[in-house]
Design a protein around this ligand. Structure first.
Ligand code: GLY
Length: 397
């Protein structure tokens, strides 16, 4: 396949929209859980004061994010109205301080508030996104100049720790500088990305999932995994975040060392794919390992490789993205445009799944969301379809 194979793509988009229709009927303006359970999304579990289906955790914005994509892909107003209905919940969340001790404010507020602000110009969405950017800025630790990933800033286990995924959260800061004219946000994003380039990206082009800096001296300390197979292995989704995240940070800064970092992540990722081009959950595993693939890493990588092709002008990244996307459509998407019989993929016939993509892994070491669909995999699969089917489409990042 090439990524311009219109009939295959059109069938895949139609199938994805059908699944979104099912989920829209089930969830409306509430939130599904991070992953499917036995193939089906359920309402997000209640936690603390937040009832079932409430807006907590790092993945809720992928649901309105998918609805915005569904509107772009179909033009059907039902998706725009459904997407817009989520903005108020995200505004409440940031203004009331609900579950904000995370760097994932970028994922959360880019999709839920910057997108509607850019489309409708309604100021509550901008105000909420700026409040989120301020909160993210408050997580910068000096003198290291890194953004702490998780937890309260005084939590000894999390203090001074950042993670590769954070590269996808810096676009919120670049946006905040553009919209306010205040350079502090962009400066923080650039310093943080430079630290990840120098320490989370290893000399052999693999990445640590997480890395600690001494919060007092700013000295780089050590890498450690959280969701990979071992501290020294290469967690597949982290490497995919690296491709896309470094490419986006290059887009906003023009710093060619970030482009080079994205290329290094991409080179290693592509060299360590199995026959069907869908990564196992850790890149140290290959065919015959008996381990699970992570379709969400593949979907993120497709978007990252397409961005990298645009940023670098290197066409082979686009071809590699097309091969992975074809394999996702053939063997991993629900109601795919063709059967899985020509694929080495795991059985993709899980009848009745409400995920767009089967066979993701959230956190294998903890046994969470293993061989299930997940919200971010579904979102980036749909973003990949938007990227290759809508010629003038602009991504939200
Ligand atoms: N950002 C968390 C993950 O990729 O699992």
């Amino acid at each position: 396949m090439t990524v311009t194979d219109a009939e295959v793509l059109s069938t895949a988009v139609t199938a994805a929209l059908r699944t979104i229709d099912t989920n829209l009927a089930a969830f409306g303006d509430r939130y599904p859980g991070d992953t499917t359970v036995q193939g089906r999304y359920r309402l997000r579990p209640a936690t603390g004061d937040v009832p079932e289906g409430g807006n907590v955790g790092w993945t809720t914005s992928f649901w309105p994010g998918m609805l915005w994509l569904a509107w772009d892909l179909s033009g059907a107003d039902v998706y725009r109205r459904a997407a817009e209905a989520h903005t108020a919940s995200f505004a409440d969340r940031v203004h009331n301080g609900v579950d904000l001790d995370t760097h994932d404010l970028g994922f959360l507020y880019t999709l839920s508030c910057i997108v509607p602000w850019q489309r409708s110009g309604r100021s509550p969405a901008r105000t909420a996104a700026l409040a989120a950017a301020d909160h993210l800025l408050s997580r910068v630790l000096e003198p290291a100049g890194i953004i702490q990933a998780w937890g309260d800033l005084t939590d000894p286990r999390q203090r001074g720790r950042t993670i590769i995924d954070s590269l996808m959260n810096t676009p919120l800061l670049f946006w905040a500088s553009r919209t306010t004219g205040d350079p502090r946000y962009a400066n923080a994003a650039r310093r943080h990305t430079a630290q990840l380039r120098d320490h989370i990206l290893r000399p052999d082009d693999t990445t640590f999932h997480t890395f600690y800096w001494d919060p007092e001296t700013g000295e780089p300390l050590r890498g450690e995994t959280e969701q990979g197979n071992s501290d020294d292995s290469c967690w597949a989704r982290g490497q995919a975040w690296g491709i896309y995240g470094f490419a986006l940070n290059y887009r906003y800064t023009g710093d060619v060392s970030f482009l080079r970092a994205a290329q290094r992540c991409a080179g290693y990722f592509l060299k360590h794919l199995p026959a069907d081009r869908i990564a196992y959950w850790d890149l140290e595993f290959g065919d015959g390992s008996g381990e699970e693939r992570d379709s969400s890493a593949a979907a993120i990588a497709v978007c990252g490789l397409l961005e990298l092709a645009t940023q670098s002008g290197v066409g082979t990244y686009r071809a590699a993205a097309g091969d992975i996307l074809q394999s996702l459509i053939n063997g991993y998407a629900t109601a795919p445009g063709s059967t899985a019989s020509d694929s080495t993929a795991p059985d993709s016939t899980a009848a009745g799944s409400t995920a767009l993509l089967l066979h993701g892994v959230y956190d294998k070491p903890k046994g969470v969301g293993v061989d299930e669909g997940n919200l971010w995999g579904d979102y980036f699969y749909l973003e990949a379809l938007a990227r290759v089917t809508l010629p003038d489409w602009t991504d939200p990042w």
